[in-house]
Ligand binder design. Structure first.
Ligand code: SAM
Ligand code: SF4
Length: 346
């Protein structure tokens, strides 16, 4: 694991080789692209009831996203995840998947979605190169699901989307944000879904990135607590952690091909070997989810800059990536309400 060792004091403020490296020596190999800030849901831990959307003219075109991705691939990016807002509300997303899939060096294109439009879109996305999909599902009780997502009668539609994604051969995972006194009594039900459905369920700690300012430390159910509850019913085997992974992954001891992931972003963050860079829908580069710092690429992109100039701007931006959550906590920096999750894509 790469330690948080400051780069040499003589550094130029960017990686001097052809990679994306920050001042702590961490290199980026994964890109998360938010293709829109818009969403057809209003999950209470994410979205304000009356969001103000970015104007269409501010949103990057598929050509602009592809150009930036190619530049990033030349700097070492190998995996791309599409997110939002809700990525499937962006028209013809498969066109973007197809364009990205033509970039030879990209090893995988995946997507995080609320699943509402997946039933219709899974096949065409798969045909254009999508490899895997993570569907957010926060309750197995239809009424509670509607209340958390502030939608009506979407639960069964999302389940059909999950089935369709599996049917067309996409790799499928489930994301569940656990909130105290809301859905935390469903942890075992989700574990059962993982076990019996041979599916990977990832439990995420509630992060202070909600558009409603409802977050409170009391509402966070720690990854350890979630794990203990699951282990009391299902013996688990811990899997080796992949470099840069935000999840601790577990397999079931007996038989099931399903799995459990625990994402303890608040109580046990993995910032020391973070290998991500994020691109917002309006062309801002975000080196760290937990920092307000963002760097606007659009003036360069739309102002005639060369690929080399854009690459240099991204390298300089990424160099300034913040140390991460552990360091912020040590310095007593407040983590609360940095930005709403829908503006960045998780
Ligand atoms: N709309 C898509 C979805 O819901 O999957 C993609 C975007 S969403 C912002 C990405 C992920 O962030 C989802 O899994 C969502 O549940 C998660 N998320 C949103 N707000 C969160 C919060 N305050 N804490 C933890 N996870 C959150
Ligand atoms: Fe929309 Fe996803 Fe945020 Fe829910 S978590 S409001 S689905 S962007």
């Amino acid at each position: 694991m790469i330690g948080l060792i400051k780069g040499p004091s003589t550094h130029k403020g960017y990686s001097e080789d052809n990679s994306l490296m920050d001042s702590f020596g961490r290199r980026a190999s994964k890109l998360r692209i938010s293709v829109t800030d818009r969403c057809n849901f209003r999950c209470d831990f994410c979205m304000p009831l009356n969001p103000v959307w970015l104007p269409h003219s501010e949103i990057l075109t598929y050509e602009e996203i592809t150009r930036i991705t190619k530049i990033l691939v030349n700097l070492g990016i190998r995996k791309v995840r599409l997110s939002g807002g809700e990525p499937l509300v962006r028209k013809d997303l498969e066109i973007l998947v197809n364009m990205l899939n033509k970039i030879y060096e990209i090893e995988s294109i995946s997507m995080t979605t609320n699943g509402a439009l997946l039933e219709e879109k899974a096949r065409v996305l798969k045909d254009n190169g999508l490899k895997s999909v993570t569907i957010s599902l926060h309750s197995l009780k239809p009424e509670l699901y509607d209340s958390i997502t502030r939608t009506k009668n979407m639960f069964y539609k999302v389940l059909r989307g999950i089935e369709e994604a599996k049917r067309v051969g996409l790799k499928v995972k489930i994301n569940c944000v656990v909130t105290r006194n809301c859905n935390d009594n469903e942890v075992l039900d989700f574990a059962k879904l993982a076990y019996e459905g041979n599916i990977n369920v990832r439990f995420i700690e509630y992060m202070p990135f909600d558009g409603n300012k409802l977050w409170d430390i009391e509402k966070v159910v720690s990854g350890d607590e979630i794990l203990e509850r699951i282990k009391s019913h299902y013996p688990l085997v811990k899997l080796p952690r992949e470099h840069g992974s935000t999840a601790e992954n577990y397999a079931f001891k007996d038989g099931s091909k399903g799995g459990i992931g625990i994402i303890s972003s608040i109580t046990k963050p993995f910032c020391k070997d973070c290998d991500r860079i994020r691109l917002k829908a309006d062309g801002k580069i975000v080196p760290c989810l937990f920092s307000n710092d963002e760097y606007d690429l659009k003036p360069l992109l739309r102002g005639g800059a060369s690929d080399e100039e854009i690459a240099q701007f991204i390298k300089e931006s990424f160099w300034k990536k913040s140390e991460g959550v552990e360091a912020m906590i040590k310095k007593n920096l407040v983590l609360k309400h940095i930005r709403s999750m829908y503006t960045i894509g998780g």
